[in-house]
Design a protein around this ligand. Structure first.
Ligand code: GLN
Length: 491
């Protein structure tokens, strides 16, 4: 009974049905875990009342034999999802105090399936970042430490609170969002799994918008099966999101067969630049060997426009962000700063100056610049063309392979403050951004450790709507890797 927080979601689901423990006990164990790990700063607000109420409902449903798929599962919700009656900030001062009168489709679906919410998870401000150092509510600290060092490490970003909380066993699973890697890179940094589904699988309705043509919600959990379970509840057609896909939701869990016979795994040669960390290169080779053992054949593929993905992303994402963030004007949500004697424009300026953090302001400036009349074609139109070429690269790859395997990130987690130069930070997204630009499903699975004992992830990228195939390959790697390393919590 002492280790309820260590169970997988699948084990919690089975234990609840077997009456080994109650949903109330599960909720209390997690509420205590959350309270005892406040030093990680993973949560912006804790919502034990929500978790307890869901647990009570779950226990009643379990007793009467009509439990739902996630009855009694305590989750964390990234604070980018609007949650009815609970503060939603996107980790920005400009939204502090905003209590949505509505629920995001994705969180609503999880709750309708019986899950409870332990709190709203910290993130990079407006999901802009790769290290969770841009939150207005402070950095998130990874539960991991490098061997022989006591320096606090970043949990990755932007879903850093989700990553830290799941890795530290504060919640069974969490929602993340991924615009250019924000589910996969933090999952890799803390040794958990996370999947970004195909663009349009999960509704964006009620998710604070960063770059609308890229944003996608997805689950983060301690293993692949748990990701499959959560993804099934999270996705599905939503008429409230005009880009939502009206397609059937497969049983992702049933797809986890571990059998890759007949599957061709592509190795994108552009993902192996000179100077790739040799430990990561070796792990990648190891991953290919594991997939081969499960019956797959390995093929070399080329994605020739890969090198242009990052610069094009850092034009398109800020362009969309500058437009999306125009709505934070001090009138409709959260913060309002009224300079004495000022007019309406002064109020807008003062509110935005005080409310947005430096990285958000940088993106708004870049985005406004690349959309300005004189530079639109040189930057934005050009970036859109590059995006089409990147998507075409993947389309060509699918003619010769079924899935791609690559590293998730070019390094293990780094220490807070180590990447002060924004460009250096952006480079961390080099392996995750291309799949985002093409709207493809991609997941990270923990596969090994760095030389200093930190988790490293491998990334599986699939064709549109083949989350099942991606998850199954992830499952093969997970089983072969037998990743059992745990973060140290006793520094
Ligand atoms: N790190 C990338 C960025 O800063 C991706 C963020 C994300 O996926 N939300 O834009």
């Amino acid at each position: 009974m002492t280790d309820l927080t260590g169970l997988s979601i699948a084990a919690m689901r089975d234990g609840l049905r077997a009456k080994s423990f109650s949903a109330g006990e599960l909720a209390e164990a997690h509420i205590i875990a959350v309270e005892s790990a406040r030093d990680l700063n993973a949560f912006i607000i804790e919502t034990p009342d929500h978790a307890r109420a869901a647990a009570a409902t779950a226990d009643a449903a379990l007793a009467s034999g009509d439990a739902k798929p996630l009855s009694g599962i305590p989750l964390g919700i990234k604070d980018l999802f609007a949650t009815k009656g609970y503060q939603t900030t996107a980790a920005s001062k400009i939204l502090e105090g905003f209590i949505p009168p509505y629920e995001s489709t994705v969180s609503g679906k999880l709750f309708a399936d019986g899950a409870g919410m332990l709190g709203k998870l910290n993130l990079d401000q407006f999901a802009m970042g790769s290290s969770n150092e841009t939150s207005a509510f402070g950095n998130v600290v990874s539960p991991w430490r490098a061997r022989g060092s006591n320096r606090p490490l970043v949990p990755g970003g932007s879903s850093g609170g989700s990553a830290a909380a799941v890795a530290a066993r504060l919640c069974a699973g969490a929602t993340g969002t991924d615009t250019g890697g924000s589910i996969r890179q933090p999952a890799a940094f803390v040794g958990i799994s996370g999947i970004k589904p195909t663009y349009g699988r999960c509704s964006r309705w009620g998710v604070v918008a960063f770059a609308s043509s890229l944003d996608q919600a997805g689950p983060m959990a301690r293993d692949v099966r748990d990701c499959a379970i959560l993804l099934k509840s999270m996705c599905g057609y939503d008429p409230k999101d005009s880009t939502s896909l009206d397609v059937a939701v497969p049983d992702f869990e049933a797809a986890l067969t571990g059998d890759l016979r007949g599957k061709r795994i592509g190795v994108p040669r552009e993902y192996r630049p000179d100077g790739l960390d040799p430990t990561i290169a070796a792990l990648w080779d190891q991953g290919l060997a594991w997939l081969k053992d499960a019956g797959a054949t390995i093929v070399d593929v080329s994605l020739p426009h890969t090198t242009y993905a990052l610069p094009a992303y850092y034009i398109i994402a800020p362009a969309e962000a500058s437009s999306n963030l125009a709505r934070y004007d001090g009138v409709r949500y959260g913060l309002r700063v009224t300079p004495p004697g000022g007019n309406l424009a002064d109020m807008y300026e003062a509110t935005r100056a005080a409310g947005f953090g430096p990285e958000v302001k940088r993106r708004i400036m870049i985005g406004t610049y690349v959309l300005s009349a004189g530079f639109y074609d040189a930057y934005y139109t050009q970036a859109q063309k590059v995006r089409a070429l990147i998507a075409r690269d993947f389309d060509r790859a699918w003619e010769v392979c079924d899935l791609l395997l690559a590293p998730t990130a070019p390094s293990a987690a780094f220490a807070a403050g180590d990447k002060a130069d924004p460009l250096e930070m952006y480079l961390n997204d080099v392996f995750t951004v291309p799949a985002s630009m093409a709207g493809l499903p991609a997941m990270s699975v923990p596969a090994g450790l760095s030389e200093t004992g930190l988790p490293l992830g491998l990334q599986i990228i699939g064709p549109a709507l083949d989350e099942a195939g991606v998850l199954n390959a992830g499952y093969v790697i997970e089983r072969a890797a037998g990743f059992t390393a745990r973060p140290e919590r006793w520094w």
